[in-house]
Design a protein around this ligand. Structure first.
Ligand code: ACO
Length: 191
């Protein structure tokens, strides 16, 4: 996704980790224009993600990121667009307190890291960028994908998880979250 400003000025790393401050690894004071541009990038990506998932409204925006304790991993391609860079996609994660059903149908309270939104720009999907971003997050969080929960994963994302991490659906849940075979085995204190 291209923007009328230099993506490389906003994001120095190939993958940036953004939080409530909206500014990747720098202090936000005195940089209103920088912050406004980062907000534009997040808002545009969030809108495109909602459209791709046929959602009525964006679940990712700069203002939502500022008010929630989530983390957004943003992947850029710094060489494209005549060296100004393009935003390739994002992955948003956060901890959620969930009531889940285990194999025996017993309610379990857990607070796993959840994948809340995930989007790679149209035209460059199925090029391995999603895998690069997801693996970056796993390494950054030092987690295996099986211990995470997934908020309403789309068919493409379910296919992605089956292909790259051999994750197959587990116990159906009463909420929108999906956990996979092995989630309950990998919980601390489980046999
Ligand atoms: N149809 C079916 N499977 C797909 C598709 C597609 N159009 N695109 C990607 N995949 C899955 C397949 O398993 C594919 O492997 P294959 O090509 O051998 O069939 C695999 O992903 C490819 O892996 P990557 O290239 O690393 O994935 P990509 O860069 O495309 O990122 C993502 C995956 C984020 C799901 C991307 O396709 C996308 O943005 N889709 C639209 C938005 C979306 O559905 N996001 C998930 C929302 S659910 C949530 O966030 C909890």
């Amino acid at each position: 996704m291209e923007f009328p400003f230099d993506i490389n000025q906003l994001f120095s790393e190939r993958v940036s980790v953004l939080d409530q401050t909206l500014v990747a690894g720098r202090t936000s004071t005195g940089m209103p224009q920088l912050q406004a541009r980062i907000a534009t990038v997040i808002d545009e990506l969030g809108r495109a993600s909602a459209k791709a998932q046929q959602l009525p409204a964006s679940i990712t925006s700069a203002s939502k990121l500022q008010s929630q304790r989530h983390q957004l991993y943003l992947l850029k391609d710094g060489e494209s667009n005549g060296g100004r860079g393009v935003a390739v996609g994002f992955l948003k994660v956060g901890y959620k307190k969930l009531f889940l059903l285990d194999r025996q149908g017993v309610h379990i309270e857990a607070e796993p890291l959840c994948v809340l939104d995930f989007y790679i720009a149209e035209g460059v999907q199925r090029h391995g960028y999603g895998l690069e971003l997801f693996n970056f997050m796993l390494q950054h969080k030092n987690l295996e994908p099986v211990v995470m929960a997934y908020d309403r994963p789309s068919p493409k994302f379910q296919s992605f998880l089956a292909k790259h991490y051999s994750l197959t659906p587990s116990v159906p849940q009463a909420n929108n979250f999906v956990v996979f075979e092995g989630f309950f085995l990998n919980r601390p204190g489980s046999p």
